[in-house]
Structures are given as structure tokens and as C-alpha cells.
Design a protein around this ligand. Structure first.
Ligand SMILES: Cc1cc2nc3c(=O)[nH]c(=O)nc-3n(C[C@H](O)[C@H](O)[C@H](O)COP(=O)(O)OP(=O)(O)OC[C@H]3O[C@@H](n4cnc5c(N)ncnc54)[C@H](O)[C@@H]3O)c2cc1C
Length: 278
């Protein structure tokens, strides 16, 4: 059965009853189905206006669970969101950005999902709604592996919440693929850097995608960056050992060795971009 609820509460009760497949933009759902028809019920959530769009709250910036990549690009946001906006511009093509949602990207949990590194670098949380409760958890916990999340079948990702307080940080996103457009990444990096009044790094976050089952923060590097001069040349802080949380694989897009090498360069470049924007 095809079901199209109009409100979130209707949607979660329909989901509890049917355990159906959630359909948002469909840009991951349909390619995964190929020529097949969906087995079981489909719950089309595109009518849920209440979880669409981005709003600024006291403690968080709330990205509703139906927000598309185009809406991310068009909404005026603090500069710490520049990396997420840059990632949004790289998701597929304009047509895909018009339909595809941030939440769909996270719930699909591909290792190459462009939305994950920028949101990890913003310490984002996800809000999950079911017929019985709402719960929140860090995005870093939510995605547990290749196409695996902690979402229960009766839950809708209602919002992505970005904690406020680092709006003045600079951010950058770099994606490497085999061609310029409509490309699945070989590696991608998001960085967020903030400096203090003395021009030293006070907060640094670096996340790398496509180089492990789930995108990873480089916590050792982040620690080593704090206190450094937030000026050109900061990229030289990054050493190969800083990439040890990554576990790249050989596949059709790249060898593991190339991924590791390219990631090192991307991390350095992303940090240089950030300090150039401070
Ligand atoms: C040609 C093409 C190019 C692409 N290029 C890129 C790219 O460059 N980078 C990239 O990262 N991705 C890319 N994608 C993948 C896709 O466009 C994105 O992942 C997109 O953000 C998915 O969003 P959606 O709304 O279409 O999700 P859907 O396809 O509707 O859903 C994806 C999954 O998430 C679940 N889901 C969706 N919304 C919710 C919700 N609110 N709560 C709970 N579960 C939910 C669905 O059940 C499904 O399992 C591409 C896809 C295509 C077809």
C-alpha cells in the first residue's frame, strides 16, 4: 500500500502500524530498488510540512527532516555552515539537490554520503520521532556502519540539530572524485576552525568521509591544532599518523593507498581554506 500522511503524528502512527518503507526525495530509494517494486507498504513523508526547512532556535539550528539540499544552499546561515552548503552543492546535480533531503542522506548511511562529514564536524545530533517518544543522539553514534544506523523501523528522523556557539567559526568542504560533476567521492573532508583574539586556533574539527565504513573525526589532529597560529601554513601540522582513524578500502573508485594520500592533501587544503576565511 502507498500511504501519504499529512502530519508527523499521523506519519509515525502509520509507520508503527505498517513498518513501511519511508520515502522522502526517493533519490536513494528508487536507485536501490532498480527494476523491482517495493516489498510491503511505502510511507511517503513528503507531505509533512512541519519538518521542512531550517530554523534558528535558542540552543540549536534545526534542519527539519524534510529539508532538501537546495533549501540548505538557499537559506542564509552562519559561516560555520559553509562546509555543509559546499557539500550540498556537490550532491549529485541540481535536480538531485531539489529532491534529495539531508535526513535521507543520513538515514541511507552510505560511507560516501556527502552530508555526513560537515555535520559530524558541527557536532550535529539527530532527533528521532516515533508514535511513543522522541529521542536525540549525536550523529556520530547514529550511523554505526555501512548503511547501518540506530534508527528503529518505527522512527522518522524529524530533525538534525546543530548546537549553537560556533557560528563564527570558518568551515570548508572538499570532495575528490574521478570527475567534476555527478560524482561519488573518493575522499571528502570537512573542517571547522575557530580562532581566539590572539589569532590562535581555539577549536578545530576535521571529519573525513569515504575512507572508512562511516565518516570519521580526526580527534588527534584536532587536539594538535588547538593553540597553533591560525594562519597560512597551518596545513603543515597534519601528518600521516593523524589519519590513523581511517580504514580506506580498494574499490572501483580508488585504491586504499590513493585514498589515504589524497585525504592527507585534502585535510591540509581544507584547513588552509578555513584559516584564510577567518
Ligand atoms: C544521480 C544521483 C547522484 C547522487 N549523488 C550523490 C552525491 O554526490 N553525494 C551524496 O551524498 N549522495 C548522492 N546521491 C544520493 C542521494 O541523492 C542523497 O543521499 C539524498 O540526500 C537522499 O535523500 P532522499 O530524500 O532522496 O532520500 P530517500 O531516497 O527518500 O531515502 C533514503 C533512505 O533514508 C530513509 N529516509 C529518508 N528520509 C527519512 C527520514 N526523515 N526519517 C527516516 N528515514 C528516512 C529512506 O527510507 C531510505 O532508506 C545521489 C543519488 C543519485 C540518484
Amino acid at each position: 500500500m502507498y500511504l501519504k500522511p499529512k502530519t508527523l503524528s499521523e506519519a509515525v502512527s502509520v509507520l508503527a502500524e505498517t513498518g513501511g518503507l519511508i520515502l522522502a526525495g526517493g533519490t536513494d530509494v528508487y536507485p536501490a530498488l532498480g527494476e523491482r517494486l517495493p516489498q510491503g507498504d511505502v510511507v511517503d513523508i513528503t507531505g509533512l510540512r512541519e519538518i521542512r526547512g531550517i530554523s534558528i532556535e535558542e540552543k540549536h539550528i534545526r534542519i527539519g527532516g524534510l529539508t532538501t539540499w537546495t533549501e540548505v544552499i538557499r537559506t542564509p546561515l552562519p559561516r560555520c555552515f559553509d562546509a555543509l552548503k559546499a557539500a550540498a552543492r556537490e550532491v549529485g546535480s541540481v535536480q538531485i539537490q531539489n529532491r534529495g533531503t539531508v535526513a535521507g542522506n543520513l538515514c541511507n548511511a552510505s560511507p560516501a554520503a556527502d552530508g555526513v562529514p560537515p555535520l559530524l564536524a558541527l557536532d550535529a545530533e539527530v532527533e528521532l520521532a516515533s508514535a511513543t517518544a522522541r529521542r536525540r543522539m549525536p550523529l556520530a553514534q547514529f550511523i554505526t556502519g555501512n548503511r547501518k544506523t540506530l534508527r528503529r523501523q518505527d522512527e522518522i528522523l524529524a530533525a538534525v540539530l546543530v548546537p549553537r556557539g560556533i557560528e563564527d567559526a570558518a568551515s570548508a568542504f572538499l570532495k575528490l572524485g574521478a570527475r567534476r560533476y555527478l560524482v561519488i567521492s573518493i575522499s571528502m573532508v570537512a573542517a571547522v576552525v575557530r580562532s581566539d583574539d590572539a589569532g590562535r586556533v581555539s577549536d578545530a574539527r576535521v571529519a573525513v568521509g569515504s575512507c572508512s565504513a562511516t565518516a570519521q573525526r580526526l580527534r588527534g589532529l584536532e587536539k594538535d591544532l588547538v593553540g597553533r597560529a591560525a594562519t597560512a601554513g597551518i596545513g603543515s601540522t597534519v601528518r600521516a599518523e593523524h589519519l590513523s582513524p581511517l580504514s580506506p578500502i580498494d574499490d572501483v573508485r580508488s585504491t586504499a593507498e590513493y585514498r589515504r594520500d589524497a585525504s592527507l592533501t585534502l585535510v591540509r587544503r581544507a584547513l588552509e581554506l578555513c584559516v584564510g576565511r577567518l
